[in-house]
Design a protein around this ligand. Structure first.
Ligand code: CAA
Length: 241
């Protein structure tokens, strides 16, 4: 087996950074995508030796172009981790239409854009591993997050539908639903709100990014071919079903 190629969107920061590093350490050729923070992406590239590409995951054509460039550089894409995501939290009566659109396009349309760009190649080669990063808040909802909860919940439905299309072609499609992980995104939640959330996590702490990355590494393994359409919840017991 040649070295497999993996794309991790939002792969230079937070959970994505941990996923990129873990897949690199497992022997994959990783391409890390990022949306805007050039300085962080350069620091990540220097520290990890993982190549980085900048594009907007919410832009359909930009995704196709990025996949083409990555394939020219690293080879055909075997693994796609749709991790890029943003929050624009606000209660309904304060949420702007732009905040709704921005979250839906970046967190959910991105999954369509990226899967559409890699799926033909995976079908031709009869192998693929797609992992979509959902959220506990897509499973149970969250005050102030109708946009984010809808996008993440959409990811879970998207995963089950695409899993059915890929199954006979050696392509698995799974989701991971992280709980509250110690990243910049969660640290941006007002401390008084975050304290109350942590109090409802039975394990009693925030998760670590690498605890999600380990799940991704498991799901993308060559020998994980019988796991598809599943959602792996990694949330410290905050939500069980
Ligand atoms: N349930 C019920 N009521 C709540 C509530 C809750 N969970 N949270 C707040 N309220 C109430 C407040 O008590 C307050 O009531 P009063 O007006 O009667 O005092 C009212 O709602 C207004 O609340 P805020 O003052 O918080 O309103 P705000 O406009 O200043 O802020 C908010 C709203 C931006 C949504 C803020 O509450 C917030 O940031 N919440 C955290 C949202 C969150 O958890 N985001 C997760 C981000 S990380 C992530 O998403 C990663 C992942 O996948 C897990």
């Amino acid at each position: 087996m040649s070295e497999r190629v993996a794309i991790v969107t939002g792969g230079t920061r937070g959970i994505g950074e941990a996923i990129s590093i873990r897949l690199r350490d497992a022997g994959y050729k990783v391409a890390a995508g990022f949306g805007g923070d050039e300085a962080k992406a350069e620091a990540f590239k220097t520290a990890t030796n993982i190549p980085v590409w900048r594009w907007d995951v919410g832009d359909f054509k930009a995704c196709a172009a990025a996949v083409q460039k990555i394939e020219e550089s690293l080879g055909p894409v075997d693994i796609l981790v749709n991790n890029a995501g943003i929050t624009r939290d606000a209660t309904m009566h304060k949420m702007l239409h732009d905040q709704w659109i921005e979250v839906i396009r970046t967190n959910l349309s991105s999954c369509f854009n990226m899967c559409n760009a890699v799926f033909d190649g995976m079908r031709e080669r009869s192998f693929g591993r797609i992992v979509n990063i959902g959220s506990v808040n897509g499973q149970m909802g969250q005050y102030g997050q109708v946009n984010y909860a809808a996008a993440k919940s959409g990811i879970h439905g998207f995963t089950k539908a695409l899993a059915q299309e890929g199954a006979a072609r050696g392509i698995t499609v799974n989701a991971i639903a992280p709980g509250y992980i110690d990243t910049d995104m969660v640290r941006a939640v007002p401390p008084v709100v975050l304290e109350k959330i942590i109090a409802r996590i039975p394990v009693g702490r925030l998760g670590h990014a690498d605890e999600i990355a380990r799940g991704v590494r498991f799901l993308v393994s060559d020998n994980a071919g019988f796991i598809t359409g599943s959602t792996l919840s990694i949330n410290g017991g905050q939500h069980m079903y």
